[in-house]
Design a protein around this ligand. Structure first.
Ligand code: HEC
Length: 174
């Protein structure tokens, strides 16, 4: 075999194994990770505004996380009627919208989240700018630290989505 070909094959398999390593590195979203992020100490963590159990936080305008039917995304998507009509489709959209608010915060979400099935005006107006989601300082710092372990904003948002299901008293996630 020509040595340059051997070299190229070796490079190829090195690239492949590095690629596989990078893939193996990204952890799956889990509720425990969401809990860790949610409960970061400090001003403007999730827990600070919403309370450790999703209620009784420092910001009066923050929704009660134990009542997902009161969340603005739930209303925007058509509320109870749409939820009962096609729960599977509703929950897919609900997750997409909620995770987008979590990742971007209210202001960017209001401006950028566009879907044919999403009409902000149906939720009684845009999101309150106080909803910082993961852009709050304690969450940003957590994300920065976790990036080294392959945790992306998307993985973190889905982990939060899973963790918040433990607050649910309205059987939305059942
Ligand atoms: C500075 C205060 C603040 C911080 C920090 C904050 N929130 Fe909120 N959150 C709010 C407020 C206020 C609302 C209500 C927004 C609205 O409906 O207009 C809200 C709404 C929500 C909603 C409903 C979203 C929807 O799609 O209807 C969820 C879920 C939520 N927050 C989870 C979180 C999580 C998880 C974090 C941490 C990553 C977080 N929040 C950080 C204040 C905050």
């Amino acid at each position: 075999m020509q040595s340059s070909l051997k070299f190229r094959l070796a490079l190829g398999s090195l690239g492949l194994s590095l690629g596989l390593m990078a893939q193996a590195q990204a952890p799956a979203p889990v509720a425990a990770m969401g809990k860790g992020l949610f409960e970061q100490p400090g001003t403007n963590s999730c827990m600070y505004c919403h309370g450790i159990d999703g209620k009784g936080g420092k910001i009066a305008a923050a929704v009660k996380l134990a009542q997902p039917k009161t969340w603005r995304s739930f209303k925007i998507l058509g509320g109870e009627a749409e939820f009962n009509k096609n729960k599977a489709e509703f929950m897919k959209r609900f997750q997409q919208s909620v995770e987008h608010v979590l990742i971007n915060g209210a202001i960017v979400h209001n401006a950028r989240f566009k879907q044919p099935w999403y009409d902000l005006s149906k939720g009684g107006g845009p999101f309150n700018a106080q909803m910082l989601g993961m852009t709050g300082a304690p969450s940003s710092a957590w994300l920065k630290r976790m990036a080294a372990r392959g945790v992306t904003r998307e993985i973190a948002a889905t982990s939060l989505w899973l963790h918040m299901q433990s607050f649910d008293t309205q059987k939305v996630f059942k």
